[in-house]
Design a binder for this molecule. Structure first.
Ligand code: APR
Length: 227
């Protein structure tokens, strides 16, 4: 089977009702990113940070996968598919994708503030100050905050380096190190970019650009690949 990698960002979930970051004037759902998504924010006001991610989790639990997430799941029958997503939502999984690598964490998981390897699945939207693990350590959202390392990057690099087909969808390619990953794809591999925005196109070979919303453009690419 040919190896196919999808690199997705917030734009793929826009049509599921989840706002992107850079389309919101530097605010993330009315909050300043520095106030809710940094280690410093957690140190100074953990209640606010928990509250912010609780709202995100609730919103994501109420959202459903859109045509783009669903079309990508169809690729698995014909391609050895890996989704590398910058999104913390679980819409790729709920659409049926089996092999999803989350660069920036997963909102439906909590982790120990003392041991980043201790992860816990969440079934409900609320995580509170006072919710601790068996070791007595406070739980925090399992997300990568601005200023934190991105431990999945080396794994994602090696996956993308083997991609024979790469589909980039719904990302402004602004946030590093994630945005640099696409340059690890072999230069001969086929590449598609689906995004309706006027983002500066990356300097990579064999790139077909579809200035379409994900819900329209991704099913077009998938259909072409499956035929
Ligand atoms: N379909 C496809 N793309 C869309 C759609 C849509 N319906 N609507 C908007 N977009 C595109 C925008 O044109 C833009 O290029 O989605 C992109 C969203 O860009 P960002 O908001 O910067 O999101 P992303 O690239 O995922 O951000 C990367 O930054 O804030 C951090 O950690 C956060 O993972 C996130 C990272």
């Amino acid at each position: 089977m040919q190896k196919l990698v999808v690199f997705s960002g917030a734009g793929i979930s826009a049509e599921s009702g989840l706002r992107t970051f850079r389309d919101s004037d530097g605010l993330w759902e009315e909050y300043r990113v520095e106030d809710v998504a940094t280690p410093e924010a957690w140190d100074s006001d953990p209640e606010l940070v928990q509250h912010f991610y609780n709202l995100r989790r609730k919103q994501i639990m109420e959202a459903t996968p859109n045509a783009a997430h669903i079309a990508l799941a169809d690729l698995e029958s014909r391609f050895d598919t890996t989704i590398i997503t910058q999104n913390i939502d679980d819409l790729h999984e709920r659409a049926g994708c089996k092999n999803v690598l989350h660069l920036h964490g997963e909102i439906m998981k909590a982790r120990s503030t003392e041991d980043p390897d201790l992860l816990y699945e969440l079934n409900d939207w609320e995580l509170k100050i006072g919710n601790k693990n068996q070791q007595g350590h406070q739980l925090r959202p399992h997300v990568v905050w601005f200023g934190e390392a991105v431990p999945m990057i080396p794994i994602a690099q090696s996956v993308i380096a083997q991609a024979e087909i790469l589909i980039i969808v719904g990302t402004s390619l602004n946030v590093y190190p994630a945005a640099g990953l696409i340059h690890y794809a072999p230069s001969h591999s086929l590449k598609y970019l689906v995004d309706p925005g006027d983002l500066r196109l990356p300097d990579i070979n064999n790139l077909t650009v579809l200035r379409e919303k994900a819900g329209t453009g991704v099913p077009m690419v998938v259909k072409a690949l499956l035929n």
